[in-house]
Design a protein around this ligand. Structure first.
Ligand code: ZN
Length: 134
C-alpha cells in the first residue's frame, strides 16, 4: 500500500453550525456538503483545502462513536484519512503486517467512498482511515 494523498482530516466538534462558521469566516473556506450518516450517528460538513478535505463531525447521539470520543477526549482532531488504490488489498496487506483493523472489509463512508479504519492502538494513537473512490 502507498497512500496517494491525505484524503481528509476528521475533526470532532460539539456544534457543527458553529464550527462551519469558523471555517467559513476565519479561513474563508466554502462548506460544499453537509451529510448525515445515520450508521455512524454523525452529521458531517466538508471543506476542500487543495486536494485534502476537512471533515467536521458532530454526533447525532451521545452514544455514537463521536459522542463518546468528545466525552472522553474533548473536541479536536479525530482521525486521519489516506486515499489508497485497491482498498481491500491494502487492508489484507496491513493486517498481514500485524496492524489491528477496526474494519476487516471496506464499507460505505461519507461521500460514497469505500472506507475502513485501522485501530489506533496499532498506529501510535492515530485513528487512521483508508479510503478509495468506488
Ligand atoms: Zn473520515
Amino acid at each position: 500500500m502507498k497512500p496517494t494523498h491525505i484524503e481528509h482530516i476528521g475533526i470532532a466538534v460539539k456544534n457543527l453550525d458553529e464550527a462551519i462558521k469558523l471555517y467559513q469566516t476565519v479561513y474563508g473556506l466554502e462548506c460544499y456538503a453537509v451529510e448525515e450518516i445515520p450508521d455512524q450517528k454523525v452529521k458531517t460538513a466538508f471543506f476542500m483545502v487543495g486536494q485534502t478535505k476537512i471533515e467536521l463531525l458532530e454526533s447525532t447521539d451521545p452514544e455514537g462513536p463521536i459522542g463518546k470520543y468528545i466525552e472522553k477526549k474533548g473536541e479536536g482532531i479525530h482521525h486521519l484519512a489516506f486515499a489508497v488504490n485497491g482498498l481491500a488489498g491494502a487492508l489484507d496487506e496491513t493486517a498481514a503486517k500485524g496492524v489491528m483493523l477496526v474494519d476487516k472489509a471496506p464499507r460505505k463512508g461519507a461521500e460514497g467512498l469505500n472506507i475502513a479504519f485501522l485501530h489506533p492502538k496499532s498506529t501510535f494513537g492515530v485513528l487512521t482511515e483508508l479510503c478509495e473512490k468506488p
